[in-house]
Ligand binder design. Structure first.
Ligand code: UD1
Length: 418
């Protein structure tokens, strides 16, 4: 089994490029199912979730090539109506976008329940509510989802009971060709939602988001497109936590400061110096950071996908802090791993209190993607050699982590398994 070996305690200096956002590249890739022609997509991160999504589409009949320079050339013209690639689908959350796309393209979708990072229940009833309100019949049985539109779908007003990125994206995908104007209320406004809308509009869709409301006017067809994916805000913020844990001075290129501003302001209050200009952010941190208390919430507030890394960062501050997890209330598996390093963590329901801790190196298990990133953060900031197992989780979302951290002076190696 592969293992990350990290010799921590070294400050980070230098420059790295932030890649395209995994969570918007995923729906964009599935959305190519709505365009029966060649699409060229730039800034696609080379991470396993993306490679697996492309593989699912290839198994369904798409032609696709993802190059080393992050360009995906994909043509879904010959894709069949039957969904294939069940094994991969049940391993990843974003495969749920096959529901909206195949409902649009084939008027039906039959697939296993999507998998994904295991940090508690990941329900889809809001997705199905949206499809049903458009006129589709939806059912779930024996771990499979069946969606059928026996009649023409009809535009309507759909109000989500819960702000959900996945449901927002899926209902948009299902509405693109529905005659009239579909209105979706209480939508997620994460940059990946806007990225998908931008992609679809570039291809000829008529979608407008105003605050937490989306208007989607049905069009007859979409056309071939060239499109560049937005920068990955979570990758950028994760590297900022690494600098906070280790101290140092790094420059991140290829970022969108608007997307990370809310968290950057929190980092600044903790003692980081952050200068952002155009698409770059220079980030400096010393050894004297103060703590902070935060609560995760939908964008534009603190992202749940930075919660575990932020917990690790708090261990290295003078006074620690509290994190209230309001999106995935059981997302705390990483805390047991940090405790192996001597972290002083107290958990009560969906709140963890992190006290400043003198961490020691340990052998650790990544339990999901962001938990894995949190362990990298803690290990980089801790003197001595730590080892992290289950690297497969980390490569789902961080391209060339070893190369990027090494180029900043971090001592990290990937040991290949048998
Ligand atoms: C996406 C991201 C994930 C991120 C999450 C929240 C992808 C591939 N994954 O996941 O990295 O952590 O957004 O920013 O983009 N909910 C329901 N019913 C539903 C759908 C969701 O109750 O039908 C709840 C969830 O349990 C959760 C909250 O809504 O409490 C938000 O989930 P959602 O935004 O849907 O997350 P995902 O789209 O799965």
């Amino acid at each position: 089994m592969e293992q990350l070996v990290i010799n921590g305690g070294h400050s980070l200096y230098g420059e790295i490029a932030i890649g395209g956002m995994k969570n918007s590249a995923l729906p964009v890739i599935f959305a190519t199912l709505l365009i029966k022609d060649e699409c060229v997509i730039y800034n696609v991160p080379l991470v396993s979730d993306i490679i697996n999504s492309i593989e699912i589409l290839k198994q369904m009949g798409a032609k696709a090539e993802l190059t080393e320079n992050h360009t995906l050339i994909i043509n879904t013209r010959d894709v069949q109506d039957e969904i294939k690639g069940y094994e991969l689908i049940s391993k990843m959350r974003a495969s749920s976008y096959l529901m909206g796309t195949m409902l649009s393209r084939a008027k039906k979708a039959y697939l296993p329940m999507p998998g994904g990072c295991n940090f508690g229940a990941r329900p889809i009833e809001q997705h199905l509510k949206g499809f049903s309100m458009l006129g589709a019949n939806c059912s779930c049985e024996n771990g499979f989802i069946s969606i059928n539109a026996s009649k023409l779908l009809k535009s309507t007003k759909i109000t989500l009971d819960k702000i959900s990125v996945g449901a927002t994206i899926n209902i948009v995908l299902a509405s693109v060709f529905v005659e009239g104007v579909t209105v979706i209320e209480n939508v997620a406004i994460e940059p990946h939602v806007d990225d998908l809308i931008c992609f679809l509009n570039t291809a000829g869709a008529k979608i407008l988001r105003v605050g937490r409301k989306i208007y989607c006017e049905g069009v007859k067809k979409l056309h071939s497109v060239r499109y560049r994916i937005f920068p990955d805000m979570i990758e950028a913020l994760t590297y900022m936590t690494f600098v906070g844990a280790c101290s140092g001075d790094i420059n991140l290129t290829g970022v969108n400061y608007e997307h990370i501003k809310y968290v950057c302001d929190i980092f600044r209050k903790m003692g980081f110096e952050i200068d952002a200009y155009y698409d770059e952010a220079r980030v400096k941190a010393g050894k004297n950071l103060v703590g902070a208390s935060i609560e995760t919430a939908p964008y534009p507030l603190f992202p749940t996908d930075l919660h575990p890394q932020f917990s690790s960062l708090l261990c290295f501050t003078k006074d620690g802090g509290e994190i209230k997890e309001s999106i995935f209330p059981t997302r705390f598996a990483y805390a047991y791993e940090l405790e192996k390093m001597g972290a002083k963590i107290k958990r009560e329901d969906n709140v963890v209190k992190i006290n400043p801790s003198n961490l020691s190196p340990a052998s650790l298990d990544a339990t999901d993607l962001r938990a894995g990133a949190a362990l990298v953060c803690a290990s980089l900031g801790t003197n001595g050699t730590s080892r992290i197992n289950n690297v497969n989780y980390i490569v789902r979302g961080y391209e060339n982590l070893v190369g990027k951290v090494s180029s900043l002076g971090g001592k990290i190696k990937l040991l290949k398994g048998e």
